[in-house]
Design a protein around this ligand. Structure first.
Ligand code: UD1
Ligand code: MG
Length: 455
């Protein structure tokens, strides 16, 4: 079997009213087109051609697919003509056609439409005539904007009529064309050559290939999807929101079945390709994005945002925002902390409320429990950062580093004016403004901070 896929993604997407091409609009952190390509690959199809418009071209590199540009969008049939012109003719081949605006379609659906084409002997209705095409249909509530499937009396599909070209009787048909097709390549090439644009939208409709195939004595097999919601195409931002909700439900279900407790899937916003360990619990109003990884038995949320965060086992993150950071095991963060810019927290670190940490490295057991800014700092094991401590890392021109040793005690409301180094076991008194390096074991206080008498 030699199946290739063509994904139509060049449409103007006028109903989105957007500067961004429709299929690049995101649901759950990925462009719609990403899901289509992923499901096709899951269905075992490796050769995928995406039909794109000129503006999209620059954005398609990450998809790792062959792209063909459709300069002018003259309809779905025209897009397929262009794709076929770019593909070498394989007389024994099959071609699956999908639309890039259908991110909810899964690999099983793509496999089910290929079945009557690749294994016609198992599909008796078509046995008397050659099955040239199989397509997914679904029953859906009316009114609807989808193309309607007109059947021949109990004998396959006769034609598809677009809403704008449909009669009143045709609009009453509740079987819709999902927009997923598997063709014998020879039949497809023959039928698209016959397309004309004499319809309400003056477009070349791919859906007109059905009538052409039936007219030349071939069989078109309907494959009915169980739930129309699983094959919905997205044409405007209302449908985008509906699809996002559905995809999020699916993603939550997947992570839950892998052993993650999600208290309220409706307010937990997840993405594909996250790693979340068993027995981690996610509380409401939490989003986890950008390939974040969380270990086992951790607690995340409520009201938390993790983006490109790596978090170890048994850590607790409450009501906080963490972006581009790495946290170890048994770390506690929040409520109301903000960690960003490559901060790295080792095991057993405790970060409390209203603490911001940027680009800093905190060793095992460091505590900063209240109201601090730690930027461009390196802090040694078991040091305690008192309430209100600020690393003054910016001198108006550039950022400077603060280095704090092990077992250091930084008194409340200390200002550490960087660049500065505070040695192991040193201490700063409450309210110190520290402008000079403090040697190991030294105790300083005041503004500017001076050594205290030795005890
Ligand atoms: C299409 C079907 C309709 C079906 C529905 C399912 C046709 C004529 N109609 O209608 O029967 O019920 O999908 O979702 O096919 N595209 C191009 N180049 C073009 C035009 C479109 O690449 O010149 C792409 C679009 O980017 C989109 C896809 O083809 O991804 C479908 O186009 P769209 O305009 O959304 O068609 P529908 O009106 O939804
Ligand atoms: Mg559409």
């Amino acid at each position: 079997m030699s199946v290739r896929a063509i994904v139509l993604a060049a449409g103007k997407g006028t109903r989105m009213k957007s500067a961004r091409p429709k299929v690049l609009h995101e649901i759950c952190g990925r462009p719609m087109l990403w899901y289509v390509v992923a499901s096709l690959r899951d269905a075992g199809i490796n050769e995928i051609v995406v039909i794109a418009n000129p503006e999209m071209h620059a954005h398609l590199e990450p998809f790792n697919v062959q792209t063909v540009i459709q300069e002018e969008q003259l309809g779905t049939g025209h897009a397929v003509q262009i794709a076929l012109a770019a593909l070498k003719h394989n007389t024994n081949g099959q071609i699956l056609i999908a639309y890039g605006d259908m991110p909810l379609v899964d690999a099983m659906t793509y496999k089910s439409v290929l079945d009557p084409i690749c294994h016609p002997e198992e599909h008796p209705q078509g046995a008397s005539r050659r099955t040239a095409l199989a397509l997914i249909t679904a029953r859906m509530p009316l009114p609807s904007n989808f193309g309607r499937v007109i059947r021949r009396n109990g004998d396959g599909v006769e034609r598809i009529v677009e809403v704008r070209d449909a009669s009143v009787n045709e609009l009453a048909v509740d079987e819709m064309n999902a927009g997923i097709y598997a063709y014998q390549e020879n039949d497809l090439r023959e039928a698209v050559a016959k397309l004309r644009n004499d319809n309400a939208q003056c477009e070349y409709y791919l859906t007109d290939t059905i009538a052409h195939l039936v007219d030349s004595g071939k069989y078109v097999a309907p494959v009915t999807a169980e739930d129309h919601r699983a094959v919905l195409g997205i044409n405007d931002r209302v449908e985008l929101a509906i699809a996002r909700k559905q995809m999020n439900e699916r993603l939550c279900a997947k992570y839950m079945l892998d052993g993650v407790t999600i208290i309220d899937p409706a307010t937990t916003y997840l993405e594909p390709e996250l790693q979340i360990g068993r027995d981690t619990v996610i509380y409401p109003n939490t989003s986890i994005s950008r390939l974040s990884e969380i270990g086992e038995g951790s607690t995340i949320g409520p009201n938390t945002r993790l983006s490109n965060a790596r978090i170890g086992d048994r850590s607790v993150i409450r009501e906080s925002v963490i972006t581009d950071c790495t946290l170890g095991n048994d770390v506690a963060v929040g409520p109301f902390a903000h960690l960003r810019g490559g901060a790295a927290l080792a095991d057993d670190v405790k970060i409390g409320n209203f603490v911001e940490i940027k680009g800093s490295k905190l060793a095992k057991g460091v505590k900063a429990s209240h109201l601090s800014y730690l930027g461009d700092a390196e802090i040694g094991e078991e040091s305690n950062i008192g309430a209100g401590t600020i690393t003054c890392n910016y001198d108006g021109k550039k950022k400077n580093r603060t280095t704090i040793g092990k077992n250091v005690f930084i008194g409340s409301n200390s200002s550490l004016v960087a660049p500065i180094t505070i040695g192991d076991n040193a201490l700063t008194g409450a309210g110190s403004v520290v402008t000079k390096d403090v040697p190991p074991g030294e105790r300083v206080a005041g503004n500017p901070a001076k050594p205290l008498p030795k005890k």
